[in-house]
Design a protein around this ligand. Structure first.
Ligand code: SAM
Length: 319
């Protein structure tokens, strides 16, 4: 047996699909890392030093990276199996060899999920081949999803827009962080609701929805008795003019500054409300501003698999 391991300093960050430029921007401009410090393995970025926080634009982080030197496929698989059961494979080269190693590891389900889906709270490692005889792995990662990916089986018939996937993704993560989802009867405010993907998801959960947009929802939603629609600027409506809400959502396209003020207004009125809002990134990212979202009490900022050039802010209201 000629297997050798070598623990590395720092961490390796796996960028979301097609989001590597955003991760690099975050490492450089949020954390002040210089480009020359980064080592690229496809979408996986290794940095020899630790950062004060985990970046948003990565689907998972290899928290304790180790180099594995091996001769044969069997040796590599045995070495990983010996450490733990669950391993997800991220590959950027030598795909056939990597597939043969992964086939020898216990099965993990990487198929698209049907919503609602509960993320299993079981550790899952991540590994990649660097060359024929070297793998980079970490048994500990920052996500319980394989490579941090969440993909849903899509409904091409019923939802009025693909934006429904973003809310489903957000709710699955909200549930894994805070342990709840909207339940039947919860009163929801959907700001920037047109054409109605988010409203549709909430209706499926049995929630009455108060939807606000400058444009109307699809006709089916406009005539749904569980939907109250208001054609209005969502940001000029005062909490006192509206019903009490269990959940507040915003997918409004606006400057993050404006969203932050709006969120603070709602939290000042009712800190017990659960909230999920899309932060639309406009031009260069103002990292100090994003930090202000993250610093709000009982909040989290994440990037979702179904986010575009966006981050999602979540607030857990009820204790
Ligand atoms: C990305 S779309 C929302 C998609 C929606 N979540 C869905 O699932 O179908 C953004 C929406 O924000 C609306 N919007 C932009 N500014 C607004 C404002 N100040 N008040 C209300 N809606 C606004 C736009 O009209 C647009 O329909």
């Amino acid at each position: 047996m000629s297997v050798k391991t070598e623990s590395l300093f720092g961490k390796a960050y796996l960028a979301f699909e097609e989001k590597l430029p955003f991760l690099i921007d975050e490492l450089e401009n949020r954390f002040g890392v210089s480009r020359s410090e980064l080592h690229f393995y496809g979408n996986l970025v290794y940095l020899e030093k630790d950062l004060p926080n985990l970046p948003y634009w990565c689907s998972t982080v290899l928290l304790k990276p180790v180099l594995l030197h091996f001769q044969s496929i069997g040796e590599a698989a045995d070495a990983l199996k010996h450490i733990q059961r669950n391993w997800a494979s991220y590959q950027f080269t030598l795909f056939r060899r990597a597939a043969l190693i992964q086939e020898k590891l216990p099965y993990i389900n990487t198929k698209p999920k049907t919503y609602p889906f509960e993320i299993p709270q079981k550790p899952i490692g991540c590994w990649t081949l660097l060359d024929e005889h070297t793998a980079l792995y970490s048994a500990e990662t920052s996500s319980y999803l394989p490579c941090g990916n969440l993909e849903f089986v899509e409904d091409h018939e019923n939802p009025p827009s693909r934006a429904y996937l973003k809310l489903q993704n957000a709710l699955v993560l909200f549930n894994s962080f805070f342990g709840r989802m909207p339940k039947a009867g919860d009163v929801c405010f959907d700001a920037g609701a047109c054409p109605g993907g988010w409203t549709w998801v909430l209706l499926q959960a049995g929630c009455p929805v108060f939807a606000v947009d400058r444009a109307e929802l699809t006709p089916e939603l406009m005539t749904n008795p569980a939907v109250t629609f208001m054609k209005h600027d969502a940001f000029t409506l005062k909490p006192s003019e509206l019903p009490d809400f269990d959940w507040i959502f915003s997918d409004v396209i606006c400057y993050p500054e404006r969203l932050l003020e709006w969120i603070k207004m709602w939290l000042a009125q009712n800190s017990e409300v659960d909230m999920i809002c899309t932060i639309k990134m406009q031009g260069e990212t103002d990292w100090n501003l994003i930090e202000k979202f993250a610093q709000l009490p009982d909040s989290k900022v994440v990037h979702l698999s179904y986010n575009k050039h966006e981050l999602t802010w979540m607030h857990c209201g009820k204790k």
